[in-house]
Design a protein around this ligand. Sequence first.
Ligand SMILES: C[S@@+](CC[C@H](N)C(=O)[O-])C[C@H]1O[C@@H](n2cnc3c(N)ncnc32)[C@H](O)[C@@H]1O
Length: 298
Amino acid sequence: MHHQPVLLRETMNLLSPKAGESICDVTLGLGGHASALLKKALPGGVLIGLDADPINLKEAGLRLEPLHATVELHHANFRDLAQVLSSPVDIIFADLGVSSPHFDDPERGFSFRNDGPLDLRFDQTSGIPAFEWIAQADQEEIAQALRDGGELRSAWSIADSVLRKKPTTTKQLQECVEEALGWRATAAMAQVFQAFRIAVNAEMQALQSLLAMGSRLLNSGGRFGVISYHSLEDRLVKQAFRALVTVQKDPHTGQDVETAMYTLLTKKAVTPSAEEILENPRARSAKLRVIQKTIQLL
Ligand SMILES: C[S@@+](CC[C@H](N)C(=O)[O-])C[C@H]1O[C@@H](n2cnc3c(N)ncnc32)[C@H](O)[C@@H]1O
C-alpha cells in the first residue's frame, strides 16, 4: 500500500517551488515528495535526486519519467552532497530515515515483525550489514550504540546478551532483547532496531555533514527543509538551523557583527495532523523544519 508522502501539504507550502527552480531531494525514496515538488517547478524546473538505496532510486526514476522534466539521479549518500552538486540550488529537501519498502521487505532486516537477515543498511552495496558490525564490536561499542541511537537505559544488559549470542537474524536479535529485558522487551524493541540501524548507516554523522554544508549550497532566497523522525535527529536539525539564523555579535561590544544570512520559516517544528497520523501511523513522530537563505539585493 502506498501512503501519501509524510507532511506533503506542509512541505509544499513551506518549500513553495516556483517555475524554473532547481530542487535537490537528498532522500528521494520512492519519489513522492520529489514528484510533487518538481511538478510545481515546471516549466523549466530541474530535479536532482539522491538516495543511498539503488533500488529506491530506480523506482523513483520510473515514477518521475512521466513528468518529462530534467531529472538527474545519483546513487549517493547525502553526506557527499557537496561533491554531487555542481552549483547551488533553490530547494534542498531531506525526509530522513526508512522508506516503506525497507520495512516491508524482510530481506532488508529493518522489521522485527518478519524474520530475515539482520542487515539494516540503506545501501547494501557498501559498508557491512548489522550482523557483521555486531560480530566485530565489543560490549562497550554495542552498549554505546544502544544508548546513543535508542536512548536505552538497559543498554549494558542488552549488549551483554547480544555479545554472547551474536545474532545474525532479526528473530535472534529479538530473542537477545527478550533475554535481557524479559517482559519489558516489547516496549524497547523498536528502539533497539533503530539504534543498530543508526550505527550501521552512521546516520548521525551523515546528518551532521548535510546540515553543515546544506545551507551553503543554496541560492539566494533558497529553502532548506528537513523532516526528522526521532528526537536525536530533530535536535541536530533544530540546533543547526538556530545557529544559522542567529545574528553574530561582537563578544566585547555586544554589537551585531554580521547580519544573519538565514530566516527560520518554522518557529516551531511542524507536525502531522491527527488525520494524517490516523491514515499513516509511521508519520506520527515526523517533524518538519525549514530555513530560507536571505534574498540578497544586488
Ligand atoms: C523516508 S524515505 C524518503 C521518502 C520520500 N520522501 C518519498 O516521498 O518517497 C528516506 C530515504 O532516504 C534514504 N536515505 C537514508 N539515509 C540516507 C543518506 N544518508 N543518504 C542518501 N539517502 C539516504 C533511504 O534509503 C530512503 O529511501
